[in-house]
Write a protein that binds this ligand. Structure first.
Ligand code: TMP
Length: 217
């Protein structure tokens, strides 16, 4: 397998932390600077993976183990069909969520065995690990308010189905991952910061890491 020439960036965080907005802004800003960038998301990013997304998020209520395998089935397709080829072409790939989501949600949230998750994640991602991960952090209580403002009915249902305690466990999981991988995971505390200020932090850090990678050859 040839080594990828591109750069793989992921955005993580509990629901409602603004990942979609920040990912789009980051891609726009990087493109303005002349980089070739692909924006994608998990679960999703290919026709099959988007169908699995619909099954997972709208239609079915799988048991936790089935959920783990479905997220990873979507991932296997996404890595093989979209992410790996783009990286091999030298592109920057910006992906909303990746394997850290599975560890945080299915591991800390749904309490599946972390060793099992790491193994399934590794197989599905074919060993691919992000070069850089931005963890957007907002307090679960704030997220609750934000999602309700955005979509009072669906937002409430979705959050209530998961429960605040679930989201708090997911958040704790993310913070533990950030402590375990400080070189890869950049934690951004978003509370009280305007969108533009958060984007500036992301872009600055991203350009610093890209330069460092370039300097290292
Ligand atoms: P989002 O794209 O709007 O953030 O929604 C995706 C949902 O899927 C979110 O609630 C987190 C969840 N998810 C997992 O539980 N495990 C995973 O591996 C991934 C990629 C997402």
């Amino acid at each position: 397998m040839p080594k990828e020439r591109g750069y793989f960036i992921t955005l993580e965080g509990i629901d409602g932390t603004g990942k979609t907005t920040q990912a789009k802004l980051l891609v726009d800003n990087l493109r303005k600077l002349g980089f070739q960038v692909l924006l994608t998301r998990e679960p999703g990013g290919t026709a099959l993976s988007e169908r699995i997304r619909t099954m997972l998020l709208q239609e079915e209520k799988p048991v936790s183990l089935a959920e783990l395998l479905l997220y990873n089935a979507a991932r296997a397709q996404h890595v093989a069909e979209v992410i790996r080829p783009a990286l091999q072409e030298g592109k920057i790939v910006v992906c909303e969520r990746f394997s850290d989501s599975t560890l945080a949600y299915q591991g800390y949230g749904s309490r599946l065995d972390p060793g099992l998750i790491q193994e399934v994640n590794r197989i599905a991602a074919d060993g691919l690990v992000p070069d850089c991960t931005f963890l957007l952090v907002l307090e679960p209580q704030e997220v609750w308010e934000r999602i309700r403002r955005r979509d009072p009915v669906a937002g409430r249902d979705r959050m209530e189905a998961k429960g605040l305690a679930f989201l708090e466990r997911v958040q704790e999981g993310y913070l533990e991952l950030a402590r375990a991988f400080p070189e890869r995971i950049v934690t951004i505390r978003c509370g009280g910061k305007p969108v533009e200020e958060i984007q500036k932090l992301l872009l600055t850090e991203c350009l610093r890491k890209l330069k460092k990678r370039g300097d290292e050859g």
